[in-house]
Design a protein around this ligand. Sequence first.
Ligand SMILES: [Zn+2]
Length: 344
Amino acid sequence: MNQAILKTTIVGSLPKPAWLATPKQLWAPWLLQGDALAEGLQDAVRLVLREQESAGIDIVGDGEQTRRHFVTTLIENLEGVDFQHKKTVRIRNRYDADVPMVVGPVSRPKSIFAEHARFLRAETDRPVKYTLPGPMTMVDTLYDGYYRSREKLAREFAKILNAEARELEALGIDVIQFDEPAFNVFMDEVRDWGIETLETAAAGLKCKTAVHICYGYGIKANNDWKKTLGSEWRQYESTFPLLAKSKIDQVSLECANSRVPLELISLLKGKDIMVGAIDVASEEVETPEKVAQIVRAALKYVAPEKLYPCTNCGMVPLPRAVAQGKLRALTAGAAIVRKELKAG
Ligand SMILES: [Zn+2]
């Protein structure tokens, strides 16, 4: 464990236990309340940590067990947002969801994840990653009835995220990752203000900073959208040169069963690459060899010290046994390539 090269990690979410939330469902409501919920969330974090550790994952996370949704749980803790009266909006031009509404200036009255992050840090000796939504993806996951400007709202969110991230760093979190699936959809906005707001969110952090840019969870709306993207997915081509110039340390991309040309990795010179080698849209568990193939292919464009075998995206919609199998396939695949490199 804690190998010097090809360290494994996961993008973020893992399935929740059936006693905590209904399995295979995004936005699943909690099945516990009050003190039982607080205790249940901690138990779930312990559980996913042990699962990652026993699978041999090097950089572990909380599997997002403490949040119902990767964006709205954060937004619902802000002032200026009405989450009682939800609005239906189209997310990433793809699917409708009931989301909170911005009704006034947004602010963060208190820490959002500090308590959970402190618990996570205390529960494992391994390096830990904490995930936050990126500013553009936050803007895209709510209804803005106040600023009426995606850019303005993103700039406000970026400041809030930075305050939150600085607290997480102070608690000993090793990697802070911002999830920006919206970066694969709104390419002009990425150029105009997306990278800048991402950098604001990460400003001043001394821990590793990462951005996760994917083609979404394996839900039908996303799978249908992917079919429209043609034989080569080149969305990363315009974003990566911008990210290469940014201060963000690591970039997470989707490569397993995707049509992303791997040579696009070479546009990210100097960055750490989290290569998605596990498909989260399929319940078929990869063979270690299949994972190894992607890792080998990525190594043509990035040094082994800078390559982190990872999942394509979060695994919350998958059955638990499948997700566990995929974690093991990921570490076994990385081990094959590590051995090959050693034998050199
Ligand atoms: Zn993702």
